[in-house]
Design a protein around this ligand. Structure first.
Ligand SMILES: Nc1ncnc2c1ncn2[C@@H]1O[C@H](COP(=O)(O)OP(=O)(O)OP(=O)(O)O)[C@@H](O)[C@H]1O
Length: 641
């Protein structure tokens, strides 16, 4: 979008309007019909003053007729306006749904990288605030503009027809007005852009802090967070005030032009009436048409604020639409109905590329991440309205090498344990199996074919994740388990819960499977959460399972139930487990020892121990840290192998 000016922005936006062509035509058509009021009223006033009130015998008009015409015109105008407003509201709201839907759909296709480098709040702010703002562009903005333009043309035509010299006199201030308008206008647009950016930062921090309120409170950081919020809110206030101030200034300037234009006409036209060159009715009608010419111009400054504000929203929506999903399907993907679950990494290298907006350096007083940079026009003065380009956000690109020529082969049904120090690349490997990232070099093969040859949905339909900190959505337990397979029957859901050792504790709750969990309901213990996540994965019945074992110690009872559930889940599936428990590692068919992005050792437990390398070091460290009962469990597992 970098090279686009506002016209291209509007053109792209109008793509969203295509389905509403008929409605727009109706709105414009009704708007034109509404002209009946401004068209007739001044003329009727003139007839009233010049012909009816003085008792002119030659006129066909009577007081009753004039009143009747005026009354009909008013009723007609009101009815037309009513319908028009209704159609406009309907169109605006439907469009909001459309844009939100498409934006959300697009966001769902975006790769993990997009989510890695952005705050949840700022993403939500685009879907909610910006889309809302954008609807005004067409509703309050452009359509009114078109109708007002008609009104200006019509009123101008009437003025020149009545007295062209007087009309010129009334309009000589217009060029001055135009320049004032152009220059303040560009500043208003930039001011709104600052407001939106600041809103986004504020939402980002707020959502993060509210989600992490426990940490805020545990570290007694309420004061600090409050200060940060105050700083952000003050910056938003300052930006909003500036935008309001500029808008207000423009509004008052237009008003002054209108007032003085009117005065000039009272003076010049009044002199003509006194000299007998113009009738009183004509002067009043002239003033009324002049007001109709200035009215839209005055309104234009208001509508313009709405348009500028909305354009800033639209810009931000397209910024998201312009981000291409990195994980994409090829044109004719290989079908993957059934899957054996054989996974192979062939010399896979990968680096994380993170894009972060750079904190502004130019303004030291506000040079921090909490406050959005002030947006300013490039020039001090414009003769013609500039094509406003969105200032490209300064992006800092950070690259971090995560995997280097990683190769291994997991056969169908094997349990592969990944061990290694923190930050070694274990999660990166499993993320590539789910195709959250594609390799930079080498390839990941599923059943002997490069994963990129399949449809990403097909690949993921054969994979389930059970993570350390499982995300459960607010809703009932039933809904959370059925998330694994929405088509599953009630019996299947219960069977999954049973196999996951979750059925018993769920049944103890008063509402059973109907119990609401998550943010709006019951809080679950670590072990319970884990077991519901296992039930969800079981219901999906995947060929490949990815487990990130919980590091936080569960109590013995809970640990036993979770382990038993996991074992049922792992049965007959290819399982990749980021293993923290020795028992899991010892039993694995294959252990991959990862260090600094490379697989440094691989094999089964006894072979690796014999190597006397990193694995042995990790093993011994872990043994020392173990409690006696864990030691026994590990020893039993060792024996079993
Ligand atoms: N989303 C990301 N963006 C940028 N760098 C990342 C991202 N995720 C991980 N990294 C980096 O990649 C490297 C490997 O990380 P990874 O999470 O795979 O390690 P890990 O072995 O799973 O660690 P842990 O056991 O602590 O979870 C680390 O240096 C980490 O900082």
């Amino acid at each position: 979008m970098n090279k686009d000016g506002s016209s291209k922005l509007v053109r792209r936006y109008f793509q969203f309007l295509k389905p509403y062509r008929l409605m727009i035509l109706t709105i414009v058509g009704l708007g034109v019909l509404q002209f009946a009021v401004p068209l007739t009223v001044p003329w009727m006033t003139k007839v009233l003053i010049d012909e009816v009130l003085p008792g002119n015998a030659e006129t066909a008009w009577t007081l009753q007729k004039v009143i009747l015409v005026l009354a009909s015109v008013y009723v007609f105008g009101t009815a037309v306006n009513y319908v028009r407003q209704w159609v406009m509201a309907r169109m605006g709201n439907s469009m909001v749904i459309d844009i939100r839907f498409q934006l959300y759909e697009h966001m769902q296709r975006l790769s993990q990288r997009f989510y890695d480098s952005r705050q949840v709040g700022s993403i939500v702010s685009r879907i909610l605030n910006d889309v809302n703002g954008a609807q005004n562009l067409v509703g309050a903005g452009v359509i009114n503009l078109v109708i007002d333009l008609f009104l200006v043309l019509f009123a101008g035509f009437m003025l020149f027809q009545m007295d062209w010299k007087l009309a010129l006199l009334a309009l000589w201030l217009l060029p001055v007005y135009y320049l004032t308008f152009t220059n303040i206008n560009v500043r208003i647009r930039y001011a709104w852009r600052s407001v939106h950016r600041q809103m986004e930062r504020m939402s980002g921090v707020l959502v993060e802090r509210i989600a992490g309120m426990k940490i805020v409170q545990a570290f007694n950081r309420e004061r600090m967070e409050l200060d940060r919020f105050k700083k952000q809110a003050s910056a938003h206030y300052a930006y909003a005030m500036k935008a309001q101030f500029l808008s207000n200034t423009l509004g008052r300037i237009s008003q002054t032009f209108q007032d003085f234009g009117g005065l000039v006409i009272w003076f010049a036209g009044g002199s003509m009436v006194i000299a007998g060159k113009m009738s009183i009715g004509e002067l009043i009608a002239f003033q009324a048409y002049l007001a109709q010419l200035y009215g839209p111009i005055q309104r234009f400054s208001d509508v313009n604020v709405t348009i500028q504000n909305s354009l800033a929203n639209v810009e931000r929506i397209f910024e998201v639409f312009d981000i291409e999903p990195e994980i994409r399907n090829i044109d004719h993907p290989v079908p993957l109905k059934s899957c054996r679950g054989e996974v192979q990494f062939d010399k896979v290298s990968f680096e994380y590329v993170t894009e972060r907006p750079e904190p502004p350096k130019a303004e030291p007083a506000r040079g921090d991440r909490d406050v959005a940079e002030v947006q300013r026009p490039e020039k001090r003065f414009y003769w013609i309205p500039p094509r406003i380009r969105p200032a490209p956000a300064k992006i800092a690109v950070e690259k971090r090498e995560a995997l280097q020529r990683v190769s291994f082969h997991a056969r169908s049904g094997e349990v592969v344990a990944l061990v290694g120090p923190s930050g070694a690349g274990k999660s990166t490997i499993v993320n590539m199996i789910s195709r959250f990232y594609d390799p930079d070099e080498g390839c990941v093969l599923l059943d002997g074919i490069d994963m990129r040859q399949y449809d990403v949905h097909d690949v993921r339909s054969h994979i389930a994740l059970v993570l350390q900190d499982n995300v459960l959505f607010s809703g009932t337990v039933y809904e959370n388990i059925a998330y694994g397979n929405p088509r599953a029957s009630e019996e299947q859901v219960q069977a999954a819960a049973q196999a996951a050792n979750a059925h018993d504790f769920i049944r103890e709750w008063e509402q059973g499977y109907g119990t609401v969990i998550g943010e709006r309901g019951v809080r679950l213990s670590g072990g319970q959460k884990q077991r519901i996540a296992i039930a969800r994965a079981l219901l999906k019945d995947p060929r490949i399972l990815i487990l990130d074992e919980a590091t936080s110690a569960l109590d013995a009872e809970s640990e036993f139930l979770v382990t038993q559930a996991l074992e049922r889940l792992m049965k007959d599936r290819t399982t990749f487990v980021i293993a923290h428990r020795l028992a899991t590692v010892v039993r694995a068919d294959q252990i991959l020892v990862v260090d600094r992005g490379c697989i440094v050792e691989s094999g089964r437990h006894p072979e690796l121990l014999a190597m006397n390398g990193l694995y042995r070091q990790l093993y011994e460290k872990q043994l020392k840290a173990m409690k006696p009962d864990q030691w026994l469990e590990a020893a039993a597992a060792h024996e079993g192998k």
